[in-house]
Design a binder for this molecule. Structure first.
Ligand code: BGC
Ligand code: BGC
Length: 838
């Protein structure tokens, strides 16, 4: 977690400030403007069809203003029922990363189809004079239809970029479309066509490249794969889905790589880098474009008329619709999640209003009625939405379960689909080192496969897999999935060798060679923002070093969503492969690494870096064409078996002076995590807890207790004499994105004595205001003496008035009654269905 620093400036942050001052990015004073004439024109994609346009006119002529407004609003299935769709007539629903039928991200595919039918039927219900307008269901099928158990999970875009193979992209798009259709869904929020200029960004892996070079061909191929080729009969036919180019525009160019942050590029850089894929996507006929969360020179894209309307719609001639991002409109100046005329006026046609849809519907309606949103603007938005629905044949289609392919569950993860994914894995691997030609491995050897990534399909798949963050998945969640170890075992056993899994690297008989699979754990969006690109989890390194000491040759397979500083690991390994986030078909790794049983090279390496590889951990903004470009491996690098793969020892000086930064952990292992501290307060005085026993006046005592290890928890005992609180506090930090992203504070606790009066849970913001929620029932109902966990949504505090953009206390618990409570862990967590408002 790397929330914006408000008052606290760490050494690292200072260093980055210095770096960004030296680059031309810091020109925020000479406010550049957008001149649409500087932007490319395009064919506009799908030509307007007079018959469709006439039909739209007929439909709209029968619609009430309420029905028109409803078309422009999309709700999340976690916050709306089919019954509410029937009543409100919304134009669309989505399943956000953590939303799924029956609130179960592992819901079997038939439940998706059944729910799609229910929403569809609600939108088609004509009782009481309602108009039947089929709704669209949108979903983040961003690396295959990864929301669904059993679907084919492709490598994330960072790996696909390394393939340099637009034709394979087209096939991936096609497979993704087909698997979506099996589950009855219509529309994917993909491809991300960001050009990623700072690898601190948590969404680096969603981008194909740091460089615009491959973007036109990739954007076109992916849109064509998903939607079918424009001009052919297959375009948006029953075998295809609607695609989205996102996030328009500048998402990969925010300062310090902060997600949803501020882009200060010049107009030319915005166009030439971040805009590189859009003309091709529009020409390929992409039917929706998602507005981005970021600003450009301090103006939010969701309110940027010049870019959304003048550039995208008018200059480029895009005639589909612009969808907003998750409550992104609420971040526009003067707006709220439930009210934002400015966003529609700027050119957003459909609001993504996951949980805010009802209020937004009411306010948008009022704003149209008052003229704050001109009627022509509303009409244009609805016209665009209906145009896409008509082009996609939505009005003619049967209910989702009766459409071609729907319910053909064998098609999810069909062998020929898995083969496409495996091919993509094979082509995305980049070989960075091959000392003495250790690779490819002979298949008749004794191989030890170690590391926490060796047999973990969830880890190799990364974020946006079953859940938003992709955390907590096990191999059982991937029927048809193959771990990297499983693939190696198959290839090696076929050649008469043995492959043994040993995650911790222990062995009884020394192997001929050890393969260590390690890397980043799954994350998505801002949860992946980092302060630097040091890979600072030493588990893989320790394994590599211990094998080296034992004289065992080692192959490192590095799983990551970005290029990272791993010089110590590269030094300790004989061969080093960047495998990115390959998805469910780990067998593609063995295809390249292991020789055929007959001893031939089975498949050579093809992958070439589409992101420059850093020489130090502070080279976060490292892109081909930089004036001072000095990567360890340049854009385009990648060895093959014909190359000399020997490498000199690398410097192990990371360039970091401090590993600073807020990790999203507030309290763990018995103490507050830096930069936070644990305090007791009573009667206006605050005491920082450092000792094993800390009295806080007469009202409260905080003492160390044991949960799983010695003193790994703290117990607070209130005497009931006066009000007192235990709290995790520090300098103000910004949690607005986390609150908007529906994240929660996960608290592990044990009630040791039931509260004898009311208990409040609070946060404090920089103004000093405390916002409290009543948690008496939560603690009163907890089983005494048992550890448990509750996740409290940050948005509960925001809705109660807290300024979550500047929190000085992230968790406080206060009572004036007798009560005893132990805490073992407090941290941010994504809402995987269990988070509550007390
Ligand atoms: C949703 C994601 C969404 C995110 C917004 C999450 O709760 O599940 O789909 O992208 O919030 O930041
Ligand atoms: C993300 C989008 C995504 C949307 C829906 C947002 O938070 O930025 O990329 O499509 O949520 O899940």
């Amino acid at each position: 977690m790397n929330t914006a620093f408000l008052h606290r400036v760490s050494l690292v942050a200072l260093l980055f400030v210095a770096v960004s001052c030296a680059t031309p990015a810091a020109n925020d004073n000479d406010m550049p403007t957008i001149n649409p004439a500087n932007w490319p024109t395009t064919t506009g994609g799908v030509p307007l069809d007079p018959a469709i346009e006439a039909r739209i006119g007929e439909i709209m002529a029968t619609m009430t203003v309420e029905e028109l407004v409803a078309q422009t609003i999309q709700a999340d299935i976690g916050s709306i029922t089919p019954e509410e769709v029937r009543e409100y007539r919304l134009g669309s629903v989505l399943n956000g990363g953590n939303s799924a039928p029956n609130a179960d991200v592992r819901a079997p595919a038939p439940e998706w189809v059944a729910l799609a039918d229910e929403f569809y039927a609600a939108s088609m219900d004509t009782t009481g004079g309602r108009k039947a307008i089929p709704l669209l269901w949108g979903s983040d099928a961003v690396h295959g239809h990864g929301n669904i158990v059993g679907a084919t999970v492709f490598p994330h875009n960072i790996g696909l970029g390394a393939m340099r193979n637009p034709e394979l992209m087209r096939q991936i798009g096609r497979v993704t479309a087909i698997e979506m259709l099996v589950t009855g869904l219509d529309w994917t929020f993909a491809p991300t066509i960001a050009v990623v200029r700072n690898d601190r960004w948590g969404r680096t892996y969603e981008g194909y490249s740091e460089d615009p070079e491959i973007l036109p061909a990739y954007s076109r191929a992916m849109v064509e794969g998903l939607q079918g080729t424009l001009g052919s009969d297959e375009f948006l036919d029953a075998n295809h889905v609607i695609s989205t180019a996102k996030h328009f525009i500048g998402d990969g160019g925010t300062r310090d790589g902060i997600d949803q942050g501020d882009n200060y590029d010049s107009e030319a850089d915005l166009r030439d880098n971040h805009g590189a894929g859009y003309p091709a996507a529009v020409e390929a006929g992409v039917q929706s474009v998602m507005a981005s969360f970021n600003t450009w020179h301090d103006k939010k894209m969701h309110g940027h008329e010049a870019l959304l309307t003048q550039v995208l719609k008018e200059r480029m001639g895009f005639n589909g619709f612009v969808v907003g991002d998750w409550n992104g409109h609420g971040q526009v100046e003067g707006c709220e999640n439930t009210s934002c005329a400015a966003s529609m006026n700027a050119g957003v046609d459909m609001f993504m209003a996951p949980d805010s849809w009802r209020g937004l519907y009411e306010n948008t309606l009022a704003q149209v009625q008052s003229g704050e949103i001109p009627r022509e603007r509303l009409d244009d938005a609805v016209r665009r939405i209906l145009r896409v629905k008509l082009r996609a044949g939505m009005f003619e289609k049967a209910k989702p379960s009766a459409r071609p392919m729907a319910g053909d569950y064998d098609v999810l993860g069909a062998p020929e689909h898995l083969e496409v994914a495996r091919l993509a894995v094979r082509e995305s691997l980049v070989l960075l080192k091959n000392q003495g030609g250790l690779l490819p491995l002979r298949a008749d050897q004794r191989v030890l496969v170690a590391g926490d990534g060796a047999d973990d399909i969830g880890k190799q798949s990364g974020g946006w897999t079953l859940s938003w963050q992709g955390t907590g998945n096990t191999n059982a969640d991937f029927p048809g999935g193959v771990s990297i170890y499983a693939g190696l075992r198959e290839a090696i056993e076929a050649g008469g060798g043995t492959a043994t899994l040993s995650v911790d690297g222990t062995y009884s008989q020394a192997p001929d060679v050890a393969v260590v699979v390690f890397g980043e754990d799954p994350y998505a969006e801002f949860m992946g923002d980092r302060e630097h690109v040091d890979f600072d989890d030493d588990r893989g390194l320790n394994l590599l070093r211990s094998f080296k000491e034992a004289g065992i040759p080692t192959v490192a397979i590095f799983l990551s969503g970005r290029a990272m500083w791993v010089n110590p690991e590269m030094n300790a390994a004989d061969a080093f492969v960047a495998a990115w986030l390959p998805g469910s078909q780990g067998g593609g790794v063995a295809d390249v690494l292991v020789r055929t049983p007959g001893g031939d090279v089975a498949h050579d390496f093809k992958g070439k870096l589409s992101y420059s590889w850093p020489r130090t951990a502070v080279q976060v903004k490292l892109n081909r064409g930089d004036a001072d470009y000095d990567p360890l491996f340049a854009y385009g690098y990648g060895l093959t078996y014909g190359d000399d793969g020997d490498m000199e020892m690398l410097s192990e000086v990371s360039g970091l002076s401090d590993d600073g930064g807020d990790s999203g952990v507030f309290f763990a292992a018995g103490e507050a995590a830096a930069p936070w501290s644990l305090q007791g307060t009573s009667g206006g005085t605050a005491v920082t807890v450092v000792d094993a026993v800390t009295p806080v006046g007469d009202a409260l005592t905080i003492r160390s207790v044991d949960r799983a290890a010695q003193e790994d928890a703290k117990q607070a005992t209130w005497s009931g004499g006066a009000a007192a609180a235990v709290q995790v506090s520090g300098e103000a930090m910004d949690y607005a994105r986390e609150s908007n992203g529906d994240m929660a504070i996960a608290i592990q606790y044990r009630v040791d004595a039931a509260p004898e009066g009311n208990v409040a849970m609070f946060v404090t913001d920089a103004s000093g205001a405390q916002t409290a929620l009543d948690v008496t029932a939560l603690f009163a109902e907890a089983a005494i003496g048992e550890w448990t966990q509750s996740d409290i949504k940050l948005s509960c505090f925001a809705e109660a008035g807290a300024d979550v953009a500047a929190l000085t206390t992230v968790l406080g618990i206060e009572t004036s009654a007798a009560f005893a409570l132990s805490l073992s862990d407090v941290r941010l967590a994504s809402n995987e269905g269990r988070a509550i408002c007390p």
